[in-house]
Design a protein around this ligand. Structure first.
Ligand code: C2E
Ligand code: MG
Ligand code: MG
Ligand code: MG
Length: 279
């Protein structure tokens, strides 16, 4: 019946699902060879001291230049890479490349690298981080690993043990996208993070939402009493920076300081302004 009089319907719907699936399969296949074909590269996003504007480090953000699709953003391909565990070699490439480049920076700034939960489930992430530090000569204290609560979701005990072993290497552990998950507070109780990154969604709505203001104020206060410095993500305006500076939020990251870029520059937009004003 469907074939007889529902041609348009069944053909219109099913092939579309087929297409989405085929599309994902194609991405998965291309991801498997992306590293060996040299299609991945890094962008760097500056992180600054909120009050002085001094650039203190950079977050490594992966980019994929697909041979026919152009640059595919990480929000599109990281989830696909996580499905097939292709994220494991990709994440290893990011870590090695970021540490190697950071070891050659003109200043010993912090280098922040995002880790996928899947990297905690496959292989020995502690051994990998250790060997990359040895291989690149980057001092462990300069490396900050950004994790989301996804790392802690299944097998909390195992994840906490891994995080403790990473900390024992001397690297810093930051909780990324704080406030967007389900049980962020219980994780703060369970593990001594070296830093909390407030998610950009709270910063974006600061000027229009009294709730966002209250939440940011509370998270910064919480960080202070837990001895966990705060980085605010997604800072785009001078007003947002002023508000965060007043709260003593330690660091900011966002378009106000600098956009992701293939090159690293320790020159701060604020320091420049101050020099111009003085001269
Ligand atoms: P994230 O770790 O929370 O990184 C911050 C994202 O917000 C970046 O997007 C950055 O460009 C963007 N952003 C920061 N400040 C601003 C701002 O002021 N305005 C606007 N409009 N955007 C801002 P990006 O590079 O597209 O990365 C998105 C997400 O992809 C990252 O979120 C992270 O979860 C993931 N990702 C990126 N690189 C890697 C990687 O090497 N490994 C893993 N596992 N995930 C990665
Ligand atoms: Mg991050
Ligand atoms: Mg984030
Ligand atoms: Mg994120």
């Amino acid at each position: 019946r469907a074939k007889a009089d529902g041609r348009g319907l069944s053909r219109g719907f099913e092939p579309e699902m087929d297409l989405a699936l085929r599309e994902r399969r194609a991405l998965q296949q291309d991801l498997a060879t992306a590293i060996t074909r040299n299609e991945m590269f890094l962008h760097w996003m500056p992180q600054a001291n909120t009050k002085t504007g001094e650039i203190v480090g950079f977050e490594a953000l992966i980019r994929w230049k697909h041979p026919t699709r152009g640059v595919v953003p990480p929000v599109e391909f990281i989830p696909v890479a996580e499905e097939t565990a292709a994220i494991v070699p990709i994440g290893e490439w990011v870590l090695r490349t970021a540490c190697r480049e950071a070891a050659r920076w003109v200043r010993p700034g912090k280098v922040a690298v995002n880790l996928s939960p899947v990297q905690f489930q496959h292989g020995d992430i502690v051994a990998l981080v250790h060997s990359i530090l040895v291989e690149t000569g980057l001092p462990a204290t300069r490396l900050e690993l950004e994790i989301t609560e996804g790392v802690l979701l299944d097998n909390l005990t195992g994840a906490l043990q891994t995080l403790r072993r990473l900390k024992a290497l001397g690297v810093q552990i930051a909780m990324d996208d704080f406030g967007t998950g389900y049980s962020s507070l219980s994780y703060l109780q369970a593990f001594p993070f070296d830093r909390i990154k407030i998610d950009a969604s709270f910063i974006r709505t600061l000027s229009t939402s009294p709730q966002a203001k209250a939440i940011v104020r509370a998270v910064v206060a919480l960080g202070a009493s837990l001895d966990m410095p705060i980085t605010a993500e997604g800072v785009e305006t001078a007003e947002q920076r002023a508000f965060l500076a007043e709260l003593n939020c330690e660091e900011i990251q966002g378009y106000l300081i600098g956009r992701p870029s293939p090159v690293v520059s320790f020159e701060s937009p604020f320091a420049k302004q101050r020099m111009r004003a003085a001269g």
